[in-house]
Ligand binder design. Structure first.
Ligand code: ADP
Ligand code: ADP
Length: 227
């Protein structure tokens, strides 16, 4: 079942002589449960693509459907709600809110939309992430690996159609990197959670089912690495 369809996405920054073609006519589809790595060198357009896939920025041209909703046809308010409900974003630097506890950070996306927290689901996620003893801690009382686990919890809490991770291990040592990738793969394989990871790290690409290589804003390769 198709969960994402990017069609002829282009993004131009600026205009006239200084315009930058960051993304040029990018099309691909992702099925439910796939683990896709998008890889490319610095400046190739990865962050631009991630911002479009996450509905954080709008393209100059092209369209994007997530769960059969054409997201750039939504207005800003509708898009913000769609994003919190259907897209779990994981960043290199965690983007946790420093004055909120682990539990508050994790449940914020639900509470913002007036939804109740499903206690069982919350407890299951917290246990899988090994955060039971940390629920009342603030982010700066946690290690980097723990903070990234909180951000994974926040991304999972609304059962999103799509998890999007931007260099999720870029700020971690190799042990914590492996732990975070193992957790992301566990949620992908056990719960069929669709996962797209943006990285420049070949070692992460080796773990994916499919690798899309971006060069100069275009798809240079799109390979299924695991059937
Ligand atoms: P990557 O994430 O692969 O490093 P980016 O998507 O950040 O690539 O950048 C792609 C291209 O777009 C680069 O040439 C970059 O300089 C340019 N770019 C990115 N963001 C902006 C912006 N806000 N304004 C102007 N140019 C930008
Ligand atoms: P993990 O591998 O669980 O991410 P570490 O091995 O890095 O954690 O850290 C071990 C313990 O030290 C953690 O349980 C955490 O509470 C504490 N700790 C690590 N880094 C920090 C930090 N920057 N500030 C406060 N406490 C920290």
């Amino acid at each position: 079942m198709e969960i994402l369809n990017a069609s002829n996405l282009s993004k131009v920054y600026g205009q006239g002589a200084t315009a930058v073609n960051a993304l040029d006519d990018v099309s691909f589809a992702v099925n439910k449960g796939e683990f896709v790595v998008i890889i490319g060198p610095s400046g190739s357009g990865k962050s631009t693509l991630l911002h479009l896939l996450g509905g954080v920025d709008r393209p100059t041209d092209g369209s994007l459907s997530v769960e059969h909703t054409s997201i750039f046809d939504l207005n800003e308010t509708q898009l913000a709600i769609f994003r919190r409900r259907q897209i779990g974003l994981i960043y290199q630097f965690y983007n946790l809110i420093p004055v909120l506890t682990v539990e508050e950070n994790m449940t914020l996306p639900l509470l913002l939309d007036g939804h109740k927290v499903n206690k069982k689901q919350f407890n299951d996620i917290v246990t899988a992430l090994g955060l039971n003893e940390r629920l009342n801690y603030l982010p700066n009382q946690l290690s980097g690996g723990q903070q990234q686990r909180v951000s994974i919890g926040r991304a999972l809490i609304s059962n999103p159609a799509l998890m999007l991770a931007d260099e999720p291990t870029g700020n971690l040592d190799s042990k914590n990197s492996n732990d975070i990738m193992d957790l992301l793969k566990m949620f992908n394989k056990t719960y069929n959670q669709t996962l797209i990871v943006i990285t420049h790290d070949e070692r992460i690409a080796l773990q994916a089912d499919r690798v899309i290589s971006i060069e100069d804003g275009r798809i240079a390769k799109d390979e299924v690495t695991r059937p």
